[in-house]
Design a binder for this molecule. Structure first.
Ligand code: GZL
Length: 322
């Protein structure tokens, strides 16, 4: 009789221990790592489309389960979505923030729940104790590349139209800071400086069309992504204003989507600064290292190039993957 009682007690202990950490148990049951992704907007830009595709494909390839949600321009919605994913006990939380600020409570909740928080694409305003890793672009450095290029253009007068991205995103903040500091340091004029909600191409086209109609003189378009640069070019086409390699207005763009690099090659864009969206494989490698308990590099800025109409080739364009 005593043996039966001790066996029952032992079995009860085993099951109670297994149940005490539901998350680990859940993971072990189906063997899958669940990654919660708080993405910005589904159709924000060609860059975003490539970024979402990269994560979905890489996570599927790695055997992860992906729970991806989209804030669709609403920062409060992203915060709520992140909190929901924490409640669902995802194994990792990847955040691509519409806004840099306002993520402390989410980060603390993730930390309390033992869920590693990874910042991707856009750095968030969090102290290092509140996130596990960062795989982002250095947006101010991207903008400085454009400023350094503009300095080499030997222009008598520089009148710049700045088409900014979503206000308060680290991408907009960094790129705008670079051109504003560059203009101040080099005596350039910023004749227009507005952020387009959602990085919207149509809004950018309309803004430039209105500017042209107002008679404002400008000779540089600084568009904080390729889609807005294309919108600006459409407006200049409609007004008969020449631009690009042989035109009156220099066009600077960011992201370096393949279609945009074709425009650099054609001389329509003068310069395109790469902002690499292919974060999927980087995040898989990071998560797999964390799973193995390996030491990881906490803050990684993605290596990025720039493409000049004077030097780009068809081979360079053909070799691009997004
Ligand atoms: C940059 C990324 C920006 C792109 C835009 O990393 O956050 O958002 O430059 C995209 O095209 O919409």
């Amino acid at each position: 009789m005593k043996k039966v009682v001790s066996l029952v007690l032992a079995l009860m202990l085993v099951f109670s221990l297994a149940a005490c950490n539901g998350k680990d148990k859940a993971k072990k049951d189906d063997g899958k790592i669940t990654v919660g992704v708080v993405q910005t907007n589904a159709n924000e830009s060609d860059w975003r489309t490539a970024n979402t595709k990269s994560m979905n494909e890489a996570f599927a390839e790695a055997g992860f389960e992906t729970k991806m949600v989209f804030g669709e321009g609403d920062h409060a919605k992203q915060i709520a979505q992140a909190q929901q994913l924490i409640q669902e006990e995802v194994d990792y939380l990847v955040i691509l923030g519409l806004q840099s600020a306002g993520w402390e409570d989410v980060a603390k909740a993730a930390k309390d729940a033992g869920i590693p928080l990874i910042m991707a694409d856009r750095k968030l305003d969090l102290t290092e104790d509140l996130y596990t890793a960062m795989v982002c672009s250095d947006f101010e450095a991207e903008g400085v590349k454009a400023v350094d290029w503009l300095k080499t253009q030997d222009m008598d007068e520089v009148n710049i139209v700045v088409l900014g991205g979503d206000t308060g995103s680290s991408a907009q903040l960094g790129r705008s800071k670079a051109i504003e500091d560059g203009a101040a340091a080099n005596g350039w004029n910023i004749v227009f400086n507005q952020n387009m909600k959602g990085w919207d191409e149509t809004l950018a086209k309309q803004a430039v069309a209105d500017l042209i109609a107002s008679g404002k003189e400008f000779n540089v378009i600084y568009a904080e992504n390729d889609n807005m640069a294309r919108g600006a070019c459409d407006a200049m086409d409609a007004a008969g204003i020449t631009y690009g390699k042989t035109g009156d207005v220099k066009v600077i763009a960011f992201d370096a989507n393949k279609w945009a690099l074709e425009k650099v090659l054609a001389g329509e864009f003068n310069l395109d600064i790469e902002c690499n969206p292919l974060h999927g494989p980087r995040l898989v490698s990071l998560i797999q290292s964390l799973e193995k308990g390996e030491k990881i590099e906490k803050n990684v800025y993605v290596e990025e190039e720039m493409f000049d109409a004077e030097t780009i080739t068809q081979a360079i364009v053909d070799a691009r993957s997004y």
